[in-house]
Design a protein around this ligand. Sequence first.
Ligand code: ATP
Ligand code: MG
Length: 155
Amino acid sequence: MKLDEQGLKEWGRWIGQTLKPPATLGLIGSLGAGKSVLARAIGEGAGVQVPMPSPSFNLLFRYEADEGCEVVHLDLYRIESPDDLWELGWNELGAENEIIIVEWPEQAHELMPPDHWLIHLTVVAENIALREVGVQKVGSPKNELPAFPISSSER
Ligand SMILES: Nc1ncnc2c1ncn2[C@@H]1O[C@H](COP(=O)(O)OP(=O)(O)OP(=O)(O)O)[C@@H](O)[C@H]1O
Ligand SMILES: [Mg+2]
């Protein structure tokens, strides 16, 4: 599936609107692949009403969303070892009302929860406005990741 920025945002908002917590999503892709664009769209769809700045330096931001749901947005690019996660309160994550979005989940190595979704974003070489999007299920996540809405899959 190839999506332009608008399509990726649409899908992200759809995920946010329909994905039931608890859920953990790892966003995998190179610098500038669109992980933060997707994370913000998911937050917006889930009902986050405030801007979602990049957690590149702060590593973790938590937001109130609809219906008591909370969106936790992490960017692990700068951690030096998975052990750095404990300082972030990593072991307190995973509450029933949380949608946890992790940029650079590779950096957490085996500390990622056993059940989660991975979304792979790859810049399309022939068209820098497009991203190849792939979804991977790891373990047995409680809730399904919503498929692309029709409007996006028709692009
Ligand atoms: N199809 C697309 N999907 C998402 N972003 C796109 C697309 N086409 C172009 N872009 C641009 O690519 C950039 C993606 O930036 P973003 O901050 O989301 O990347 P990132 O993967 O979070 O990078 P980092 O690893 O630095 O956090 C934005 O400037 C966005 O406008
Ligand atoms: Mg980012």
